[in-house]
Design a protein around this ligand. Sequence first.
Ligand SMILES: Cc1ncc(COP(=O)(O)O)c(C=O)c1O
Length: 429
Amino acid sequence: MAHRELLHRHRSVLPKWLALYYEEPIEIASAHGRRVTDREGRTYLDFFGGILTNSIGYDVAEISDAVRAQIDTGVLHSSTLYLIESQVELAEKIAQRSGIPDAKVFFTNSGTEANETALMLATQYRRSGQVLALRNSYHGRAFATVAITGIRGWSASELSPIRVSWVHGGYRYRSPFKDLSDADYVKACVADLREVIETGTAGDVACMIVEPIQGVGGFASPPDGLFREFKKVLDEYGILLVSDEVQTGWGRTGEHFWGIQAHDVVPDAMTFAKGLGNGLAIGGVVARAELMDCLRANSISTFGGNPISTAGALATLNYLLDHDLQANAAKLGNRLIHGLRAVAATHPVVGDVRGKGLMLALELVGPAGEPHPAAATALLEEARRRGLLVGKGGLHGNVIRLAPPMTLTEDEADEALVILAEAIEAVSA
Ligand SMILES: Cc1ncc(COP(=O)(O)O)c(C=O)c1O
């Protein structure tokens, strides 16, 4: 079997900590729309989109044409030493849509690098190495970003150039404040933030970084308005607010273009990656000019904002806006969450259904409400057996993540609901 042979070669030469999904891992060999076909010819509806990265789906002519046109110029790369029109145009569009006044943009190749850049800017601007982060967060895999990642299973190193203090708020389902009303939950988290600043820091903290919906953390989302209340406290100390929009950007949450907008607050900087390139390697930071320009030394990313990635990203962004995919995410997200809640009502293995737009999660629990990671692993397999790819996550590995391309259709949403209902039934048995 093609997959078995490839798995053997993979295991021999790639790191053992590079996890693969499924007891019998697959290679996605071709794809179109929201469907992918594996190397052995089996087709699946894709509800994880390469970890929320194939934001528009596969084989989109507008994006392929834009990339091909750039390839046809003969220039795959020139470097940031020269002008790149698609890079400038993309930066203009992102700056204008950011809502950040007088915004500037720096492009990277990944979300990790985007967050490393945001941390570099904030720590230089504030001349402080202290950072506030949320428990249950994930921000990347380099030394500073792994340090602000609040999930033990993703904390691959304890080495860090920054000093981090942890704040409550992102993951409500298992929070000590979980039984409070929305308003009281916000109050409790704000009081915690104030206490952490007063007791765990020297006061002159550089920034707080938050994911509006915690991605790897299992699409955990605090009540709307929490980050506005946080910002009021941060402003008292001059602490900057950075929103990590790597998963929540580009309208995926349905109600807003950026996840942080649900909190009615404008951050000092936002980081982005994943969905912008629909699979091409691109990330970046958008920040107030004063913050972006504060570095005193040169700094470049050789590949960041290269002509291929920026041409493809521009085509992706234009497609997303021209087809109002944010509205589609809102509409189909609504359809999905109602369907999922109906199934959850009769299946106690689903302890929580949460998320927004096309960023939805099921937290699977045992009889006493304890995390049930084995059920999540089983559900992943049951869904795949029925032709649906979904993701996994959460602090305890017991959360199923659903994040299809934003071009999803009603029929596909209904097809996924049927499969998920059967898969949930199978793991409940
Ligand atoms: C919210 C968030 N930030 C940052 C990252 C890191 O991005 P990358 O894997 O592109 O380095 C991720 C990746 O999953 C993410 O979900």
